[in-house]
Design a protein around this ligand. Structure first.
Ligand code: NAD
Ligand code: UGA
Length: 433
């Protein structure tokens, strides 16, 4: 089967590499020529565990191609997968469809033979209808179906989630499209392929992300509760998570959720509802509380600074560990807030220094290691849960600090051990603090 993927970002690139690994002929298209040139040379354009090796292997096997030549790649394809961005519209904050609409306008004239056009980008409900109409107007004689094929991968686990998806949702009423998709996912023997109508599929994507955002908002609210009640959120999360109706995942309290999806998808879903005269109080509260939580975290760090114009060591800038992605990163937002209050920040992140720099520029200093960031600081703020921060030799690191204060916004460090080393340790939702 020949697959063309349009958009080689955090979704398109791992998906393209994954399909090639399964033996499909894959053409990855992007209109960013610089990105394509790098990929053609086997250089990864984003950090994702295991991606570099798999990319190299599949380039060498000749199954994986990178090109800016969209007409050529579309002519080859049995399936065209749309994986371009749908960022928040700069004014309304609804999902901005300009990139996906441009992509289908570009591809429509080049459809050849029966083709399934699958939308993997997260798009508002009804977008499938809209894209289909755009393509039919441009190329009335083309033989194609537009289906919804939402993506559920997590950054940092993109390849794992590609090869072991818990469910593959397919939104289509077309029997021909259904057959082709069944064939495509034949190797995924243990995954559930669920066929629904296109609008249900588009809704499932938003409803999933909004549910998870609300769950995170809830556990963060319980963390606040623990701080007053004297309970420990880590113990409480363990205890409630053992109830299979609640589930143990997504119960890690933190500085609020971030990333390229939860923030934009919750806002986009609420926007859709408002257009229909509907209110979504749960989603709206999650959005507002999550924004406020990140400001509260910055205020918490500021309140613990032992001196004016404190030197703050920030550990972690990515929106979570395992990725170099800083889009809507709580860490970047907290740093930006801290900068409003005469602080002197030195930051370190194992993977996200470059991406963070595009957002924060020279407003902060960037260290070559966590230890370098910590040296000479008055306070350390752990903002991303990179496991290696827990492995720092904190005894030695503490000796290089002016004041031994840690605000651990991820409850990452071993609290008892850190306190034994003489640090003043402040986690999240740990009542005795
Ligand atoms: P991204 O910004 O990393 O990548 C998008 C790519 O599309 C870019 O490389 C861009 O150059 C390219 N592009 C834009 N317009 C194009 C065009 N007309 N022709 C060719 N290439 C074009 O975005 P992403 O994070 O991969 O997200 C893509 C979509 O998938 C979004 O709708 C997002 O909501 C959804 N999604 C993302 C994730 C994730 O973990 N990042 C997970 C699930 C779903
Ligand atoms: C999320 C979803 O998990 C994916 O299923 C979905 O495909 C994707 O969004 C998307 O639509 O783009 P991702 O954004 O990669 O994936 O990251 P998550 O692991 O879900 O984390 C999101 C945010 O929540 C991060 O800031 C993370 O630190 C935070 N988080 C997550 C917590 O604070 N606690 C947790 O227990 C889990």
């Amino acid at each position: 089967m020949k697959i063309t993927i349009i958009g080689t970002g955090y979704v398109g690139l791992p998906s393209g590499v994954g399909f090639a690994e399964l033996g499909q002929e894959v053409y990855c298209v992007d209109n960013n020529a610089q990105k394509i040139a790098m990929l053609q040379k086997g250089e990864v354009t984003l950090f994702e565990d295991g991606l570099a090796d798999m990319l190299e292997r599949n380039l060498a096997s000749g199954k994986l191609h990178f090109t800016t030549d969209l007409p050529f790649a579309v002519k080859q394809a049995d399936i065209v997968i749309l994986a371009v961005g749908t960022p928040p519209h700069p004014v309304t904050k609804e999902a901005d469809l300009q990139y996906i609409e441009a992509a289908v306008k570009d591809l429509a004239p080049h459809l050849s033979g029966y083709t399934v056009v699958a939308t993997k980008s997260t798009v508002p409900v009804g977008t499938g209808d809209k894209l289909e109409k755009i393509m039919r107007d441009i190329n009335p004689s083309a033989d194609f179906d537009v289906i919804s094929l939402p993506e559920f991968l997590r950054e940092g686990f993109a390849l794992h989630d590609f090869f072991y998806p818990e469910r593959i949702i397919v939104g289509t009423d077309s029997e021909r499209a259904r057959k082709l998709i069944q064939q495509l996912y034949l190797p995924f023997k243990n995954s559930r392929l669920v066929f629904v109508n296109r609008k249900s599929s588009e809704t499932i994507k938003y409803a999933s992300n909004a549910f998870l955002a609300i769950k995170l908002n809830y556990i963060n609210e319980i963390a606040n509760f623990c701080e007053k009640s004297g309970a420990d959120i880590e113990e409480v999360a363990l205890g409630i998570g053992l109830d299979s109706r609640i589930g143990s995942k997504f119960l890690k309290a933190g500085p609020g959720y971030g990333g390229s999806c939860f923030p934009k998808d919750t806002v986009a879903m609420s926007y859709m509802a408002r257009q229909w005269g509907l209110k979504m109080p749960l989603v709206d509260t999650a959005i507002a509380e999550n924004d406020q939580r990140q400001i509260d975290m910055a205020q918490r760090v500021l309140a613990l600074c032992p001196v004016a114009n404190a030197k703050i060591a920030v550990l972690g800038l990515a929106f979570k560990n395992g990725t170099d992605d800083c889009r809507t990163s709580p860490a970047v937002k907290i740093v930006s807030e801290l900068l409003q209050h005469n602080t002197d920040i030195t930051a370190y992140d194992p993977q996200a220094m470059q991406t963070a720099q595009t957002l924060l520029g020279d407003k902060i200093k960037y260290a070559d290691s966590a230890e370098q960031a910590i040296a000479g600081s008055d306070i350390v703020a752990v903002l991303t849960e990179w496991p290696e921060f827990a492995d720092i030799n904190w005894e030695k690191a503490g000796q290089t600090m002016k004041h031994k204060i840690i605000v651990d916004c991820r409850n990452l460090l071993p609290m008892a051990e850190i306190e034994r080393l003489g640090f003043e340790y402040h986690g999240i939702g740990r009542g005795k603090k």
